[in-house]
Design a binder for this molecule. Structure first.
Ligand code: PRX
Length: 647
């Protein structure tokens, strides 16, 4: 089958920062002499004390360590704000669009953002928060979320954003894991016309996290919320009392910047730790090159700040580059399925960066919602979070972009800080569904099951052979877990957890997770996490969770559940369990299927045969493979007979 290839449009090849020849040259240089390459790239930042050291990294157990620019000092908030004031104080930094189009948008200039950040940073300091302290942020998509992040960066506090869709239980776990003494929240969030009770959730969470001394509450919707004396303070009035100037803290390049919890194949979500200098260089550089970003352009990354995409490509990348970044509080289909493209027209967005799951949902609504808008301002489209199927890619390209906008399909992870494998719009002929080629300094390899390097066209496990500046530095509170999770599956390499194919032209095609992580609407979920939520229910004896194909979400959640013997598994219990999981983790973990079974298929040594469970969840029951090692093969017959997917 011949694959379509879309050549780089002539205008892009001529005008882009990086054309194909330049990409090749810079990539080579970044691999051949990383120190020289990164010394140059790091000059894009303002350093307080310039670094002399550049790359000091090893993935080997004997001398494991990752340090970049380690003797340099800088402040990231100053890099996002102060240095733009001389020339661009009145440029809009954040263009905020509310959930409801009838409400007023907000335009915040660099001068105003700088002031807000300084006031809020002073407020944090007045509550005893300083360098190294953890600040949990549980906010909707409002400009104050960016203010909070930048204020933390200004005083050297480490922010830990918890997505506002997570439950109080999940929030409590994340507050406790990093011992935050302070939580920043709002009375309510708004999404798709519905209110999200953020402050009430915080109140419930704090019953389990008694170490929190301060809760700063933003009055966003004006809802009536409880106020705990001395602990809860009002954001606007307390920040208003503070001075609008705040000296930025001098941070070492390797001082922590933020923690972001993400799911892995085992155990509780882990706190991915990013540090200051390397992350900043990576975020600024990739944002500029991947989006061919120039000051003055209106840029919109539709991710939530609760995820890493929001950190790097809503806030830090665009602001370091002096850009105008759109922040959107709402959802793609409220009030109707034209919403994204109406916002594009309203703000004359030139670059739009979104997730395949949203595109598939919109595609299902029909083209008319798109074609009734102009979208003439769009020049470039981006995709992130999960593999984009060629059908959705083509729709994005033809209907949304009218065949005129390149698509950058960026592969990366919370752990990588920014884009790792991606086309560059002026350099890369596009193949729908392929993330194309590595970013500067990234050395991807495909390995087989034995860890042998595969050459040429091949499919295997995607590893990265050497460090890049934006790489995570540790798991919060558990450095050993960092090493064990990422560097022991294949010794000496960073293991991504993804499978990947490389075609004869050297293009990379991510095939999805090959560990026990599933990707639901671009949100990462550990199957173990959902299983432990299920078994925490008093009627459940055992549970196994796997991914299932889902037309819109990419993957859905398929849960096999064995109840306690005295319990009658029925539809009522199904509904109860679904509600339970939503409460324990959040709505994003809602199981799509609950399949009751008297037992799970296990080997004689008691190991659950997930391969079989995956096949049944994929409704691919023709080839279950070898079942001879099962302790009780009848379990599989029962599962097949009761499968809700079977015709
Ligand atoms: O499986 C890959 C998928 O998302 C995972 C990382 O998820 P998270 O840490 O939440 O970060 C998402 C935003 C960067 C990866 O292991 N993934 C992300 N981007 C792509 C992708 N899969 C295919 N193509 C992509 N462009």
């Amino acid at each position: 089958m011949s694959q379509p290839v879309y050549p780089v449009p002539a205008k892009w090849a001529e005008e882009a920062l990086i054309d194909n020849g330049r990409y090749q040259e810079m990539y080579r240089a970044s691999i051949d002499d990383p120190d020289a390459f990164w010394r140059r790239e790091a000059k894009r930042l303002d350093w307080i004390k310039p670094f002399t050291q550049v790359k000091e990294t090893s993935f080997d157990e004997a001398d494991f360590g990752i340090r970049w620019f380690a003797d340099g000092t800088l402040n990231l908030s100053a890099n996002c704000l102060d240095r733009h004031l001389a020339e661009r104080a009145d440029t809009v930094a954040i263009l905020w669009e509310p959930d409801n189009p009838a409400d007023q948008e907000r335009r915040i200039t660099y001068r105003e953002l700088h002031e807000d950040v300084c006031r809020f940073a002073n407020l944090l300091r007045s509550r005893g928060i300083g360098k190294g302290d953890r600040v949990t942020i549980y906010l909707p998509m409002v400009p104050e979320a960016a203010v909070a992040m930048l204020a933390c960066a200004r005083i050297g506090a480490i922010h830990s954003i918890v997505f506002a869709g997570f439950s109080p239980e999940a929030l409590a776990g994340r507050i406790q894991d990093c011992d935050s003494r302070i939580v920043l929240t709002a009375d309510e969030g708004r999404r798709g016309g519905k209110a999200v009770p953020l402050k009430a959730n915080v109140d419930v969470a704090l019953a389990h996290a008694p170490g929190v001394e301060t809760v700063i509450v933003l009055a966003h919707t004006g809802a009536d919320v409880t106020k705990v004396d001395r602990r809860d303070i009002d954001w606007t009035s307390a920040a208003g009392d503070q001075s609008a100037s705040c000296e930025p803290e001098e941070m070492n390049a390797e001082d922590p910047l933020f923690i972001l919890y993400t799911s892995g194949s085992t155990g509780k979500p882990k706190g991915v730790l990013h540090t200051t200098g390397g992350y900043a260089v990576w975020a600024a550089m990739t944002h500029e090159y991947v989006f061919d970003y120039r000051q003055g352009q209106i840029y919109w990354c539709a991710a939530d700040v609760g995820w890493v995409t929001g950190h790097t490509y809503v806030v830090y990348g665009p602001l370091m580059n002096g850009g105008t970044t759109v922040m959107f509080e709402g959802v793609p289909n409220f009030p109707d399925a034209s919403r994204f493209w109406q916002v594009v027209d309203k703000f004359q967005v030139e670059i739009f960066y979104g997730a395949p799951t949203a595109l598939r949902a919109l595609m299902a609504e029909g083209d008319k919602w798109v074609t009734r808008t102009s979208r003439k301002s769009l020049r470039l489209l981006g995709s992130v979070g999960e593999p984009i199927n060629p059908e959705a890619w083509e729709w994005y390209y033809r209907v949304v972009g009218e065949g005129r906008c390149p698509i950058v399909d960026t592969w990366w992870q919370t752990e990588t800080g920014g884009a790792m494998i991606t086309p560059l719009p002026g350099a890369t002929p596009l193949k729908p569904g392929s993330a194309a080629f590595p970013m500067f300094g990234v050395r991807p390899l495909l390995l087989d099951g034995e860890g042998k390097i595969l050459e040429g066209a091949a499919e295997g496990s995607l590893v990265i052979a050497d460090s890049w500046p934006g790489q995570m530095r540790s798991v919060w509170g558990d450095h050993e877990r960092f090493f064990q999770t990422y560097f022991t599956t294949y010794r000496g390499y960073y293991f991504s957890g993804d499978g990947c194919r490389r075609d004869a032209d050297g293009y990379y095609w991510i095939t999805g997770r090959i560990d026990d992580v599933i990707n639901v609407s671009g949100h990462r979920m550990g199957t173990a996490e959902i299983e432990s939520a299920l078994v925490a229910h008093c009627k459940v004896a055992e549970a196994a969770v796997v991914g299932m194909p889902h037309a819109v979400k990419g993957q859905g959640i398929y849960a096999y559940v064995t109840t306690n013997v005295e319990v009658q598994p029925d539809d009522e219990l199904k509904a109860e369990l679904i509600k339970w999981v939503r409460q324990e983790i959040g709505p994003i973990a809602t199981p799509d299927v609950i399949h009751f079974t008297p037992a799970l298929p296990k080997t004689r040594s008691g190991k659950i045969m997930r391969r079989i469970l995956r096949k049944i969840a994929e409704n691919d029951t023709g080839s279950l493979g070898d079942t001879s090692t099962l302790a009780d093969p009848q379990v599989v017959d029962h599962l097949l007979a009761t499968s809700p997917l079977a015709e």
